[in-house]
Design a protein around this ligand. Sequence first.
Ligand code: 3SL
Length: 245
Amino acid sequence: MARLEYMDVYFSVQAFQEEDLRGKSAVIIDVLRAASSMVTALNNGARKIIPVGAMEDAVRIAQTMDAKDYLLCGEQNGNTIEGFHLGNSPLEYTKEVVADKTLIINTTNGTKAIKKASLANKIYVGCFLNQQSILEGLKEHDDDVVLICSGWQGKMSLEDTLFAGSVIYEMCEGKLPENTKDGVKIAFSLYEKYKENLEQSIGTSDHAIRLKELVPDGDIPFVCQKNKFDVLPTMKDGILINFNG
Ligand code: 3SL
């Protein structure tokens, strides 16, 4: 069982070094929207996901595969990348589109956080949609845990911090012990403040405002749903699979 006093929260991809994660378990959080899209895709039958840190890597990996087996996915500045099959809205990742496919995904912050976490013992991908599966996964081992908020280009983001806070809140049943790290206290306190109005507060976050002109209206309410999918995206040899699948 992961213990709260050894847990920490990093608030952006740039807030940690690869070495910080050695021997620990990491939960990569990107509520808007990479984690939400990956969790939805795995729930809807995607065979596996290959997260990449750069567009060229996505194209290079695709060239080694049969065209019928993969989809190139992701975003650049919130928009679908030219020549890619799917953007980064979880609403695009339906059964009809993703079942049995390998998804090669490149996003601005989320996939970079996953790649940077490569020294961690275990790497999970989490968001509100699979919160309960993350909590169950963290009960399975004694590793120290870091919750990594992808944020936006080095800045913290409200929605990722709220999810980190929500995980912490559930782990301590709403009563945070004093002997926790600053990051844990910050995320917990923020969640306590906004927990009754999650969708509204995320809907007015910097990231949501930035996305307003670019993405379907349904993205925000969709990503705010808790425990919609029993999916535990787990990295194995550079590939994300559903550990619960
Ligand atoms: O930064 C990311 O990884 C994306 O999830 C950002 S966006 O919401 O698709 O713009």
